[in-house]
Design a protein around this ligand. Structure first.
Ligand SMILES: [Cu+2]
Length: 430
């Protein structure tokens, strides 16, 4: 409706302007050429000023009106530090270019008005002015230099990799130099997300090992692959550095989590990465959104009593490279949870490793001769421990939400991943 009214008003204004033009033409014929020329110039000059005012008011007003819809403004706060740094850079740039924009627009139209054609007026002849040239070269050069230097600083911070002393982990312990490395493989048309599992190490892969079940070509001889989990949604702990290893199986894709300002090309044959640290959980972000009236409307307009928009909010991973006809379907939910919830989630999902669900016990399994692997023992022990206190016969494979409410999960095993450890098999007593 607003658009229709707006369009009608616009058409109306155009008609009025054309009609005024016509009237001036007719009046010209009646009054003679010279006077007509003068009137036309006066009219155009005033219109220049009118246009300038309208244009500037519209530019500023529309920027203010649309700001709350943009990331980094209004409800859309940014839950990573590097995103806030980029946003600050953007705002500083906007401040300087905004000043230049407004000043040059005012000067452009003001000059058109002030120096409108008048009988007897001649243009000023100024072949050269050193002072003027120095001023209009130096000021932009200094401003640009400042912006470039700040830009490079933010770029270096944002694009840096994890430090060499940093250690990739499975369970979060809260140590300073730990990070979680996940792998995202783009393919037409889905992201395959691989979690390193308890050992924190992503296993080797080889393209010739790719099968319909083994989407990224995990090499099963590599013990690091045993606990790697293929994820339906990206679950990340808050305040922990995440390093996404990004790659593609076919064409160019782009790993994009808009709210985090995370965006990196996925290039076949050339692994890229992006390091980021979410500092707000999905739950906290939803709570933040709930303060805004525009987020307090039903998520589904057909269901007025259904959940509110803020309750349905999720961070999303998308593909930001037009990669083919189903490009839009490369969407995955990104759930940021507390460290405790994350650890509980990982423990509950360990048995969903691709190796355990699809490969173990088949002819592809290189560890067929080993009756019990460390990971299997660990899972069994945990299940036994979970069942011991209460005699509840229900299997202990809860979802994370249910688990978060339940008592704290069993502490992480101290031993590093050692899947084909002979002594342990004996202990397991096959
Ligand atoms: Cu894509």
């Amino acid at each position: 409706m607003m658009y229709v009214v707006g369009t009608l008003i616009l058409v109306f204004i155009i008609v009025i302007v054309v009609q005024i033009g016509n009237i001036t033409e007719v009046a010209a014929r009646l009054r003679g050429e010279k006077q007509a020329e003068h009137d036309k110039n006066e009219f155009n000059a005033r219109m220049m000023i009118l246009f300038m005012v309208g244009f500037l008011v519209y530019s500023v007003a529309s920027a203010i009106y649309y700001a709350p819809y943009m990331l980094g403004y209004g409800p859309n706060i940014l839950p990573t530090q590097h995103a806030r740094d980029i946003m600050q850079l953007f705002n500083v740039t906007l401040f300087f270019t905004g000043i230049v924009f407004i000043l040059t627009q005012i000067m452009l139209f003001w000059f058109a008005y002030k120096y409108r054609a008048k009988e007897g007026r001649v243009a000023l002849y100024m072949p050269h002015d050193n002072k003027l040239e120095v001023v209009w070269t130096l000021i932009p050069a200094v401003v640009m230099a400042i912006l470039v230097v700040f830009g490079l600083m933010v770029w270096n911070d944002t694009m840096s990799d994890v430090s060499t002393e940093a250690e990739s982990v499975g369970l979060v312990t809260g140590k300073d130099n730990e990070y979680i490395e996940i792998e995202a493989t783009g393919m037409q048309f889905a992201w395959t997300l691989r979690h390193p599992g308890m050992d924190g190490k992503i296993g080797e892969k080889y393209y010739k090992a790719i099968t319909p079940t083994n989407q990224v070509g995990q090499v099963w001889d590599d013990p690091k692959n045993i606990d790697d989990i293929i994820l339906d949604e990206l679950v990340l702990p808050v305040n922990t550095t995440i390093r996404a290893r990004i790659t593609s199986r076919d064409v160019l894709h782009n790993f994009d989590i808009p709210h985090f300002f995370v965006k990196m090309d996925a290039v076949p044959g050339m692994p890229t990465y992006f390091k980021f640290t979410p500092d707000m959980t999905t739950e906290q972000y939803r709570e933040h959104l709930s303060q805004y009236p525009e987020w307090n409307v039903p998520a589904d307009p057909d269901e007025p009593d259904g959940p509110k928009r803020w309750e349905e909010f999720n961070f999303e991973l998308a593909c930001a490279e037009l990669c083919g006809k189903s490009h839009y379907s490369m969407r995955k939910i990104v759930r940021v949870v507390t460290a405790e919830e994350y650890n509980a989630w990982l423990l509950a999902n360990e048995e969903k490793s691709l190796y355990l669900t699809e490969i173990r016990g088949t002819e592809e399994d290189p560890f067929l001769d080993k009756a019990t692997l460390t990971i299997e023992k660990r899972i069994a022990d945990r299940k036994a421990a979970d069942q011991a206190p209460s005699d509840d016969p229900t299997p202990a494979t809860p979802e994370v939400e249910e688990d978060a409410a339940a008592p704290a999960p069993a502490p992480a095993p101290e031993t590093p991943e050692a899947p084909v450890d002979a002594p342990e098999q004996e202990e397991a007593g096959q």
